[in-house]
Design a protein around this ligand. Structure first.
Ligand SMILES: N[C@@H](CCSC[C@H]1O[C@@H](n2cnc3c(=O)[nH]cnc32)[C@H](O)[C@@H]1O)C(=O)O
Ligand SMILES: [Zn+2]
Length: 432
């Protein structure tokens, strides 16, 4: 057995309290052996965490990782116009190589900001899976299925690809990669395809993930056409089951919150994307009170515009208070829980907690800086004050992916260079 000890730090425990402790890891099976005092002597290798906070790696519950290439390409528009006028025309030019370059950039940014697991919906998923496997992260991946603006054969082909991809990538990266069937949303995939393909996803045993109730414009057509709220419609299509997870859940009413809680379907809250596209404010405090599992996601970098879960955590707390018109809503502890264990449970990865037997997915944040001084409350600092650049070490599955801010898993300069070239090339092709 090869062991690694993270020593001298303040450790965030599963009950969202902080204590002085070391963490001992079995690197062979990627598990935490012990959280306790004086564990350095037992380890083959140590990682210094003095003046640092040791937290579960952050879990980004909803992303389109290769959209890092479109960061800053089109801003300041509402969802529908942004997708149709700016994003989809460029995405039509994507190739496996551009998606690889964008994914490398995205996972680099994740490692540097302490994210160790994520869920992702995009194109060229086997390429994404290979890249994630090489980088050492954990992920649940799926092909985004869309039927609008396609003829029947093309739509069915896209859905078949969604199923095939879910089967193909599941278990890659020594089991760190899992999959889901991912219809893009309840308005961009016609009901006939949901009826045909959701049962096949169930046969494969994978969960369903989709955008739901993101904008008011998405709710109205479903109510008009089907006479029920979107999540009741989703339930009719068999897409609201235990283990399924939806992105956004902004415009959900009490009846839909009840459906989510009852079904065990989770919500990934994407506060920055919801603010930037002016989609609305999700009733996060209400969902938590109703017993819905809520995680946090960045959404793609083109609607955020970064992949930092620390920024997202602060946004979630802030907008949660505004939405509830209550400063005590979505407090620091709730946010920290959502960005770790909440997201992990939502996307169905075993991660998000530091305790014996848990996967060794860990971020270590440097506390020695003015914006984290004085150290009155480290849970508060994590929710409200910490930044991506405070992350000094990132460990996933027991492997050190970044040590003292040096990414070991990827060549940072080369990744940035390839991403810049790919983005220039991609956008030029779309404008031709
Ligand atoms: N196979 C599909 C691709 C879907 S991937 C997922 C899609 O979600 C898009 N996307 C990114 N952010 C959001 C969002 O906030 N809401 C809805 N869609 C988004 C993203 O640009 C991408 O086109 C097709 O043929 O078009
Ligand atoms: Zn999205």
């Amino acid at each position: 057995m090869t062991t690694l000890a993270i020593t001298g730090g303040q450790v965030l425990l599963p009950d969202i309290t902080v204590t002085r402790a070391d963490v001992l890891i079995d690197q062979d099976d990627g598990e935490i052996l012990e959280v306790g005092d004086d564990l350095a002597g037992d380890a083959d290798e140590t990682l210094d965490a003095s003046e640092s906070l040791v937290t579960p790696g952050f879990v980004n519950g909803h992303c389109h990782v290769a959209m890092t290439l479109l960061r800053g390409h089109a801003d300041d528009k509402p969802l529908d116009a942004w997708l149709q006028e700016d994003i989809w025309p460029v995405e039509a030019e994507l190739t496996a190589d551009t998606v690889r370059a964008g994914t490398e950039l995205g996972v680099l940014e994740m490692i540097k900001s302490g994210t160790t697991a994520f869920a992702d919906m995009y194109f060229f998923v086997p390429t994404i899976a290979e890249t994630v496997a090489e980088a050492g992260l954990r992920a649940r991946l799926g092909h985004g299925v869309i039927s609008v603006a396609k003829d029947e054969e093309a739509a069915r082909e896209d859905a078949r690809e969604g199923l095939a991809v879910a089967e193909e990538v599941d278990g890659m990266g020594d089991g760190r990669i899992s999959s889901a069937f991912m219809p893009h949303s309840l308005t961009t995939v016609d009901g006939q395809y949901l009826e045909e393909f959701v049962p096949q996803a169930r046969d494969l045993g994978v969960p369903i993930h989709y955008h739901a109730n993101e904008t008011a414009d998405e709710v109205a057509p479903i109510v008009d056409e089907h006479g029920v709220r979107p999540l009741a419609y989703a339930a009719e299509k068999g897409m609201l089951e235990d283990g399924d997870f939806v992105a956004h859940g902004v415009h959900v009413d009490e009846s839909e919150i009840g459906l989510l809680a009852e079904a065990g379907t989770s919500v990934i809250h994407c506060p920055a994307s919801n603010m930037k596209l002016a989609s609305g404010m999700a009733p996060v405090q209400r969902m938590l009170e109703a017993g819905v599992t809520v995680g946090i996601g960045t959404d793609g970098a083109a609607s955020n515009n970064d992949l930092s879960m620390l920024d997202e955590a602060r946004d979630a707390a802030m907008i949660g208070k505004l939405a509830a018109d209550d400063a005590s809503a979505v407090p620091a502890e709730a946010v920290v829980e959502m960005m770790t264990r909440g997201s992990a449970e939502a996307i169905g990865v075993d991660s998000g907690r530091l305790e014996a037997g848990a996967p060794a997915d860990i971020a270590v944040l440097d506390l020695e800086s003015p914006h984290l001084t004085p150290r009155n409350d480290l849970v508060s600092h994590l929710a409200y004050a910490a930044a991506a650049s405070d992350v000094r070490h990132t460990i996933c599955d027991g492997q050190v992916l970044m040590r003292d801010r040096e990414v070991l898993a990827l060549d940072e300069a080369a990744v940035c260079e390839r991403a810049t070239e790919s983005a220039d090339d991609l956008i030029a092709r779309a404008e031709e």
